[in-house]
Structures are given as C-alpha cells and as structure tokens.
Write a protein that binds this ligand. Sequence first.
Ligand code: NDP
Ligand code: OXD
Length: 310
Amino acid sequence: MNVLLAATERSDRADRWHRAFAALLPDARIHRWPGDAPSEVDYALVWKPPTEVFRRVRVRRAIFNLGAGVDALLAIETLPADVPVVRLEDAGMAVQMAEYAVLAVLREFRDADHYVRAQRAGHWSPLDRRDKSAFGVGILGAGVLAQAVVRALSPFGFPLATWSRSARAIPGAEAFAGPPALRAFLARSRMAIALLPSTEATRGLLDAAAFAALPAGAHVVNLGRGDLVVEADLVAALDRGHLGHATLDVFRDEPLPPSHPFWHHSGITITPHVSAVTLVAEAAAQVAAKLRALERGMPVTGVVDRSKGY
Ligand code: NDP
Ligand code: OXD
C-alpha cells in the first residue's frame, strides 16, 4: 500500500506525522511530499497541501484531511472530484473546545475581567450576581465539537441552545435549525459561540444583522473559522456598544497581521487558533484505523459531503 503524506505547514510537525504513521501502518510505504512523491498512491494524508500535490499525484482510494475543517482542502481546484475526503472527528479536539468554551462563558458570567481591572486599580468592587436564567448560551453548530461544548456547559445550568442546518436533538440544549430559526436563536443568546464550518452558506453569517439580533451586551465567541464573521461589522457593533465583547480564536488571515485592528481593540480577546489543536498521536491513530477499515472494505465515518461543504 502506497501512502502520501503532505502536511507541509511545519516541517517538525510533518516529521512527527511521519513517525506516527510509520509506526501505525508498518505495511505501508509512506512517501513524503515533495521529496519522494510517486505519481500514484492509494491514500493521501494531507493538511493544507499545495495545489501541485493533486496535479502530480493520483490518489486512488481516499484523501484524509489531518484536521476537522475541510474548507482549505475543498478550495483546492486540483482536488480530485471522485475520491472520498475523510476528515478528523474529535481526535482529542472536542475536550479542548469544551475547555475553551467553558473558560469563555465563565469568564464573562463571573465578571473575571472586571475583577482583574478592579484589583489593578486597587478597588474593592463587588458586582451583583448575574441572573443565570437570562444568560442564554447559544452554540452555532451542533456537530462533534458543539456537542462536547453542550455536554461541558450543561452542569452549570445556563439555558443552552444549538443552531444547525438540520434539526438535532442534543440533551440539555434547545434545538434551532435552518435560516428561519436563526433570529430567534440569536435573540436568546447572551453568549453566541460559533462552531460552524466555513462553507458557502456560513461565510459572512455573523454580520451586522446577526449582531443586531443578539441581545444588548452580548459576547460573541468564534471558534469555527474566521470568515464566518464580517470583521468590520463586528468592530462596528462593539464600538457602538451593542456587543459587549468578542473572543476570537480564528481569523480570515492567519497569522493575524500585526496591523490588524483586532489586536488592540479593548472589546476583543484574541487567541492564535489554539482552541483545539490537532494532536498528532490521537489524529494519526484515528486516520490509521479508518484507513485499515477501508482496506477491509468497511465503511468509515467522517466522509465529507462535498455538496454541503463539510
Ligand atoms: P461537524 O461537521 O461535526 O459539525 C458542523 C456543524 O455545523 C453541524 O451541526 C452542521 O449542521 C452545522 N452547520 C453546517 N453548515 C450549516 C449551516 N449552513 N447552517 C447551520 N448549521 C450548519 O464539525 P465539527 O464540530 O467537527 O467542527 C466544526 C468546525 O470547527 C470545523 O469545520 C472547523 O472549521 C472548526 N475547527 C476549529 C478548530 C480551532 O482550533 N479553532 C479546531 C477544529 C475545528 P448539521 O448538524 O445539520 O449537519
Ligand atoms: C481543524 C483546525 O480544522 O485545526 O482541525 O482548525
């Protein structure tokens, strides 16, 4: 079996992927892009591969995306249309997303920033307890990662809701589905946490109209992809005081350019795409197990529906 590894973002990481797959797939010949790529392989294991990969190498069985989001891969015009694309599902990312979301929600609900500022100013400045029943947390998305966020937030007793393309019943969360339900979903979301993929239908979804539909003082958290948010509309909604805060982990341009206004906006907290990092050992084990299942003629989950874009 011939396998091509094209994970070229960082060479130290590519070495780690190579070692992990070599250990998990001892019968496979693992070729590295660009070094020793043959003209044909059975499987390709890729993360943000250059366009040239699919021009030079024919993939016969399946392409594994070494990440959960497939937007970058599906945007490659040379991606073969007839080869299944399989994405990562959880692989150690769900618990990380849950941690991040809980941190963001509790930081806001418990006024952590206020107390940091008060301590710095030497002020003893207790605030009234917030009304939890009025502190709706809405998660845009109801997939693998969103479900982990719902499970992690459930014990705290916030009114939880999800919004997805199709109706999804997740225990402990009110389910909203489809564009007609978006306004009502946003209107009850004091915190709105985006965990959507970037697709034709979701790009620019969080725009001026969406922000206006959120309650006054709302906090937007984007953990999905940067292009879900219309950046100028977000800054405008923060500047006019309708939105209280934004916590952003993903951006249209990554790394976020040094001159970008988000860096120094007092209403924005930034992290550098770390809400859920890909863990090489867990991810490689998942990919290797699916690859072996395909070799046995078994079906696998996580096959991307290209018509939906995720
Ligand atoms: P899933 O495919 O499991 O879930 C996607 C969810 O989005 C589904 O509930 C789906 O609805 C919903 N959705 C898709 N399109 C629409 C739409 N047009 N309207 C409403 N809902 C929609 O993905 P994951 O949970 O595994 O991952 C989600 C995203 O998180 C990834 O695509 C990636 O972009 C991002 N990500 C970010 C990371 C980070 O570090 N910041 C790390 C990993 C992933 P339905 O249930 O009906 O299908
Ligand atoms: C992913 C990511 O999609 O790292 O896995 O964002």
